[in-house]
Write a protein that binds this ligand. Structure first.
Ligand SMILES: Cc1cc2nc3c(=O)[nH]c(=O)nc-3n(C[C@H](O)[C@H](O)[C@H](O)COP(=O)(O)O)c2cc1C
Length: 187
């Protein structure tokens, strides 16, 4: 797929296909992530890939976190928590690794890490791999952070659900550029 085509048509796929992307496709996705703009080349990111039986373990971790907040969580709700992570054959946990730097504040490093995720989404879409960026309370819960080995100076910025095969891409809303762009003039 042409780069411009992917850039202007990319959509999230909430129900991704059940097939794991190939290693070569994933290599491209992560190479794209690593080309995000990055002030002072701090590489303020790292990624965890979770697939197979480890998705069940992630579900258990999410449940442990939820039970800490609400020990009376119903059985139905517990099953729902665990099943959420099974919506894709692969989840990439995107982590912003923030460093103290005299010229690059945290916000810039967060933006870089976010740009890395966006590059991943576009690289996935361009290879016909469904993907969606999700967060929710499980991105911020201390139990989950601990379970995933996230350090104090790191933040989980997203769970990228990915999968290929049967999936339906919606046609994105055609936003009017002029609604968001205007020319600033000095007088
Ligand atoms: C930081 C971030 C977190 C998000 N978290 C969620 C989420 O937890 N659940 C969800 O359904 N969508 C979430 N979204 C939105 C979807 O990823 C997606 O962008 C949205 O559904 C619009 O679809 P589109 O990307 O095709 O325009 C999040 C987006 C961002 C940027």
């Amino acid at each position: 797929m042409e780069a411009i085509e992917a850039l202007i048509n990319r959509v999230s796929i909430p129900r991704v296909g059940s097939e794991l992307p190939d290693d070569s496709e994933l290599e491209i996705i992560f190479k794209a992530a690593l080309r995000a703009p990055d002030h002072a080349q701090l590489r303020p990111w790292r990624f965890l890939t979770i697939s197979g039986d480890d998705l069940f373990s992630l579900g258990e971790l999410f449940l442990e976190a939820q039970l800490q907040d609400d020990a009376a969580l119903s059985n139905v709700a517990q099953v729902k928590v665990k099943s959420k992570v099974l919506r894709a054959p692969l989840i990439v946990v995107a982590i912003a690794s923030l460093q103290k730097h005299p010229k690059v504040p945290e916000i810039e490093q967060m933006l870089s890490a976010g740009a890395a995720v966006q590059n991943m989404l576009i690289a996935a879409y361009a290879q016909h791999i469904g993907a969606i960026w999700r967060t929710g309370s499980m991105a911020y819960h201390p139990v989950v952070r601990d379970g995933l080995g996230v350090c104090e100076d790191e933040k989980i910025i997203g769970y990228i659900y990915m999968g290929k095969g049967e999936s339906k891409a919606r046609v994105p809303t055609d936003l009017v550029v002029e609604d968001y762009v205007s020319q600033w003039k000095s007088v």
